[in-house]
Design a protein around this ligand. Structure first.
Ligand code: UDP
Length: 329
């Protein structure tokens, strides 16, 4: 029996595949390589290139492989793009998940660990954010992830599918051995953008607004190391395998860093005086997002160990420095 990783050639999905294989799980990967990279697929995973929206393709994989559980990372995930191309997000994310659930029903697969996001909460009323906070997305991306969560939970009632939805805060860093890392095109996330500026791949980092109600005026986010994040997925998988109930967990480091603090730490890590310029606020950006991850610690026994921002940025830097062109080596 294998674990099926949907989106296993992407940034977060590839880190999941590596950790699963480290722990001895047989892994099957599906990815359409729209944003993923062939070079990110673990050589020991059985890889099928195709789209989760294709019933025929999905059926052919489920017929060939004995799938025990699914880790679902296959989605479009850019907030800005989701606002100008909302239907692309509903199609790939929501409809894609419908086909995944159809396959689970038809092939009696009962367990799914789902990659969700803090964007389901929208502008928080209270910080830190617990799983009980109201869900009110302020962008299409968050709306589609919430719809996917709900679709999965209705399938629990109807077909007995058990799920764990993991709501990520700001994921960063990369595997310490530098084998895989983050490579988006275009890159929009703060830490890789700052490191690209350090490498001279872009002229400067633009700080999106310094008039927020935070200590230094720039937005505060909760950065979580991708390896800690994936450790929680494997604990969630084991919980389901042991007969645990369906559940939702926030995943963050429960500490906030401002954009200016990230740039300052990146300067210290790289030893490079990264050029910075001030820009306008980016629409839809809440000022402060910090997770309460108490529930994951209590229920999953999750114990993130790479929470120091210096380590998160230095692992990311290790990858960027060695792979300045990402997977196009
Ligand atoms: N940000 C920035 N300049 C950039 C990219 C991001 O100032 O080039 C800020 C952004 O406004 C947000 C924070 O950095 O406050 C984190 O943004 P990112 O896109 O990495 O993640 P998000 O919090 O939007 O999921």
């Amino acid at each position: 029996m294998s674990i099926l990783v949907l989106g296993g050639a992407g940034y977060v999905g590839s880190h999941a595949v590596y950790q699963l294989i480290d722990q001895g799980f047989p892994v099957v990967v599906i990815d359409n390589l729209q944003t993923g990279h062939l070079g990110a697929v673990h050589p020991e995973a059985r890889f099928y290139q195709g789209d989760i929206r294709s019933r025929e393709f999905m059926r052919s994989v489920f017929e060939k492989e004995k799938i025990e559980a699914i880790l679902h990372f296959a989605a479009n995930s850019l907030v800005g793009e989701s606002m100008v191309e909302p239907l692309k997000y509903f199609d790939n994310n929501v409809y894609g998940t419908q086909i995944v659930l159809e396959m689970m029903k038809d092939f009696s697969v009962k367990h799914i660990v789902f990659s969700s996001t803090a964007a389901v909460y929208g502008e928080p009323k209270e910080v830190p954010i617990t799983e009980e906070a109201q869900t009110m997305p302020t962008n299409t991306y968050g709306e589609t992830k919430l719809a996917m969560e709900k679709m999965i939970s209705w399938c629990e009632q109807a077909f007995g599918i058990k799920y764990v939805s993991l709501r990520y805060f700001n994921v960063a860093g990369s595997r310490e051995d530098g084998q895989i890392g983050e490579d988006h095109n275009p890159e929009t996330h703060l830490i890789p953008v700052v490191l690209e500026a350090a490498l001279g791949k872009r002229p400067a980092v633009t700080i999106f607004g310094d008039d927020y109600e935070t200590e230094d005026g720039t937005c505060v986010r909760d950065y979580i190391h991708v390896e800690d994040l994936i450790a929680a997925h494997i604990l969630a998988l084991k919980l389901l395998q042991q007969g645990g109930e369906s559940s939702i967990f926030n995943l963050g480091s429960s500490q906030g860093f401002s954009v200016k603090e990230i740039v300052g730490t990146a300067k210290a890590v790289t030893g490079i005086d990264i050029p910075v310029k001030m820009g306008e606020r980016r629409s839809g950006d809440p000022s402060t997002l910090i997770a309460s991850s108490e529930k994951a610690r209590q229920v999953l026994g999750w114990n993130p160990t790479r929470t120091a921002i210096h380590q998160i940025i230095s692992d990311a830097w290790n990858w960027h420095k060695q792979n300045p062109n990402g997977y196009q080596r």
